[in-house]
Design a binder for this molecule. Structure first.
Ligand code: GLP
Length: 240
């Protein structure tokens, strides 16, 4: 695992954005794996600014998001589809049909299988961007998820529901299930970039990086990936 530590969040977001931009410039048909949560918001803002000022071209890029809440249509402001449209897709020249986010409504089993097939059909993910939950989850792969899992429907743990309630008016509104790429799906990406900042993530980062690989800390499996880079601020790296 390659670890890069930045003095502040701004420098961290700039570096992650530069990494993504370099990937897109080197391969204009890149397949990007994208994530949601608060962590990547400013990274996406950097991508948008670069597109507007430098004209980086996304017309042939394809994107696959990690996850989506079950029961929320893409028009719901707390759905991850809506989040991606607002923070990124609507501000780039990427054709909307090239942006894939799992559907949280309809026949979910079928949707999961179709999502896996589409990733394969597009040639696999070149660069996967990840955040990390305070319990070590990646995507919505909660502690205990089998390391060989593929895109599936998962029940969210109470701690995740509580953590994500900050985006909803009440905790009761937070969906209790989600569709997520599996751990194996994530591990098949050719490059992985995980970003984390703030002292709340320090213990999780230590467990993921320094402790043995375990299903109880899903992000720890990244130790087995040949090309993973962690972009951290000093607070998130404090216990390494
Ligand atoms: C959600 C997402 C994860 C994300 C995590 C961290 O649970 N499913 O993909 O990494 O939140 O969120 P934040 O970046 O807000 O700390």
């Amino acid at each position: 695992m390659q670890v890069q530590i930045f003095q502040n969040k701004e420098a961290l977001h700039r570096a992650v954005a530069e990494r993504i931009i370099a990937e897109v410039k080197q391969n204009p048909q890149s397949v990007l794996g994208l994530s949601t949560g608060s962590s990547p918001i400013d990274t996406y803002a950097n991508l948008v600014r670069d597109h507007q000022t430098q004209g980086t071209d996304y017309s042939r890029v394809r994107t696959f998001n990690l996850d989506e809440y079950v029961g929320l249509p893409g028009s719901h402001p707390q759905s991850y589809r809506y989040f991606m449209n607002e923070h990124l897709f609507h501000h780039l020249n990427i054709p909307m049909e090239n942006t894939y986010v799992p559907s949280g409504i309809g026949d979910l089993e079928k949707e999961c299988e179709a999502y896996e097939n589409e990733i394969k059909r597009q040639g696999g993910i070149d660069l996967q961007l990840l955040g990390i939950g305070t319990n070590g989850h990646i995507g919505f792969n909660e502690p205990g998820t089998p390391l060989d899992s593929r895109t599936h429907v998962t029940r969210l743990l109470q701690e995740t529901i509580t953590a994500n309630a900050r985006f909803f008016s009440t905790v009761e509104e937070v969906p209790t299930e989600a569709v997520t790429m599996g751990i194996q799906t994530i591990m098949e990406a050719r490059q992985i970039v995980l970003l984390a900042y703030g002292s709340k993530k320090a213990a999780t980062i230590r467990d993921a990086v320094r402790r043995p690989v375990t299903e109880n800390v899903p992000a720890s499996v990244l130790q087995h990936h040949p090309d993973v880079a962690l972009y951290l601020d000093e607070e998130a790296a404090a216990l390494l």
